[in-house]
Design a protein around this ligand. Structure first.
Ligand code: ADP
Length: 503
């Protein structure tokens, strides 16, 4: 039994040994295959640096086949130290690879086709039959190097732009700390950008808390806040006006970790606006006082002329009656001009109250007001489905009335035909009032919206203020007004009104 057991054991041992040998054989071919197909280049050299084996990737990288490579020295295949024009000798290469202790070292590789690649070399050394063999691993890092170079270039370009833009830019974290500051901002703060980075804005701006409130709103809502017009007072009390955009800053995971603040100094623009506003206010006041106060003496002149006229009726032969008529005409014209001027001065720059106004109803009201002239001229008014917009009813009646009145006043031989249309544009309503009247010569098109500008001498009475009033109303609603016209064919007056939401 014992004998049988030993027999069985020895059989087992034999079987195990055979299996191990088979496994070794399989493993060897597996290893060989793995080395042959590895994506990194693998080169074996003997102790003289003579290549004894090169896998497929190494052949591809060196641009030679295995036969050409084997028996060449590794020092001859075109490996160069970065920034060196000559190849290192095997001794030098051996020393460097030994020193690097298996860590990759960067080299350049001049391929036989004239191209240069960036490569990493690492090596391991082994003793075999008393000779030292070296396994060199070659990795092509050209693409990675190119991406790094591109990234570096991009960063440099970005830095140049970041510093060159005339706007002040800050990157701030959630605790109001400045992480990056561009040159424009640093100059405005009288510091060097590096001195500012890491500091809190509270140290520089007395009203930093107000800015911070907006920052936090942007960070919490993850939504940009654009066009904030605010005063910027520095620690020395110097005040500027800025227009600021705040944009959430996100990390690579997309989480908001700060805010990018871009501020433009608009002090000059703001001052110009203020100056213009005060000039306009003064002018308005002047026009109001002048027209208001002029009315009284004019009323007196006209009433006395009327009295004189009555008296001169007794003497029909006298020229006085004719002269009186001219004077009276002149006085009436002047009164109309003064009234219109007064009306112009009274119109506010911005509507006092915004309400929903049905433009179709506005045109119906205008038709009622102009009933007499519409009937007498047999004018036909065609109107679209006009929208309900935010504005002031009286101002819109005035606007449409001035345009429609003109379309009738400046009619041609034909019966007046007026078409009023409206369409929705990008954030605004576009209205047009078209007529078949006498038209306006091109050189007058821009001027006629100015006070007292008339396109030509007309028989009818006019003060040259109607279109200036129309423009002031449209300007006040932040719209635009213009005219296209062809003399003899007619005119199209167009104006826009921004679409305003109810607030
Ligand atoms: P007024 O009509 O009192 O002269 P406006 O300011 O209303 O003043 O118009 C300025 C000038 O523009 C007019 O004198 C006229 O020459 C010209 N104009 C305005 N509307 C029209 C129109 N629809 N067709 C032709 N000319 C026009």
């Amino acid at each position: 039994m014992l004998h049988g057991n030993r027999l069985w054991t020895s059989k087992m041992e034999k079987h195990t040994r055979a299996t191990a040998m088979n496994l070794n054989r399989d493993q060897t071919s597996l290893f060989r295959l793995a080395v042959q197909r590895a994506t990194d280049g693998i080169i074996w050299t003997n102790s003289d640096g003579q290549i004894v084996y090169a896998n497929q990737s190494a052949c591809d990288l060196l641009n030679q086949n295995e036969l050409e490579l084997v028996s060449q020295s590794i020092a001859e295949v075109g490996i160069r130290l970065v920034n060196h024009s000559t190849n290192p000798t095997w001794m030098q290469l051996h020393e460097q690879l030994k020193k690097s202790n298996g860590q990759p070292v960067e080299y350049n590789l001049s391929q036989t086709n004239g191209e240069t690649l960036s490569i990493d070399l690492s090596a391991s050394f082994a003793q075999l039959d008393g000779d030292e063999f070296c396994s060199i691993f070659v990795r092509n890092i050209s693409r990675q190097k190119q991406s790094e170079a591109d990234l570096k270039q991009q960063n440099e370009d970005y830095k140049i732009i970041f510093d060159a833009v005339p706007a002040m830019i800050w990157y701030k974290d959630t605790s109001n700390k400045m992480l990056r500051v561009n040159k424009t901002a640093a100059t405005a703060m009288g510091k060097d950008a590096l001195e500012l980075e890491g500091r809190n804005t509270r140290d520089f701006y007395p009203n930093a808390e107000d800015y911070y409130k907006d920052d936090l709103e942007v960070i919490r809502s993850n939504t940009p806040k654009l066009g904030i017009v605010e005063p910027m007072v520095d620690q020395f009390g110097s005040k500027a006006w800025v227009q600021t955009d705040k944009i959430p800053h996100r990390n690579e995971k997309g989480d908001v970790n700060g805010v990018i603040v871009i501020a433009r100094d608009i002090t000059a623009q703001k001052e110009a606006e203020e100056a213009l506003k005060s000039t306009a206010n003064e002018l308005e006041q002047f026009a109001y006082i002048a027209s208001h106060d002029l009315q009284e003496p004019l009323r007196m002149i006209t009433s006395y002329i009327e009295l004189l006229q009555l008296e001169s009726e007794d003497n029909p032969e006298s020229k006085t009656a004719e002269y009186m008529k001219y004077i009276l005409d002149g006085a009436f014209r002047m009164r109309k001009m003064i009234r219109d001027l007064l009306q112009y001065a009274k119109i506010g720059r911005v509507p006092e109250s915004w309400e929903d106004v049905d433009c179709y109803q506005v045109v119906l009201d205008v038709e009622k007001n102009l009933n007499v002239s519409i009937k007498s001229s047999e004018a036909f008014i065609e109107k679209d489905d006009l929208p309900v917009i935010r504005g002031t009813h009286t101002a819109l009646v005035q606007l449409f009335q001035n345009l429609i009145e003109n379309a009738i006043k400046y009619r041609s031989e034909a019966k007046p035909w007026i078409r009023i249309l409206c369409r929705k544009g990008m954030g605004e309503w576009l209205f047009s009032v078209e007529d078949n009247g006498i038209g306006i010569p091109e050189h007058h098109l821009k001027k006629i919206f100015n006070l007292f500008q008339r396109a030509s001498r007309h028989d009818n009475e006019g003060s040259g203020i109607g279109l200036a009033i129309a423009k002031k109303i449209v300007d006040g609603m932040k719209g635009r007004i213009w005219v296209n016209s062809e003399p003899g064919k007619g005119s199209i007056f167009c104006f826009t009104i921004p679409i305003k939401e109810k607030t």
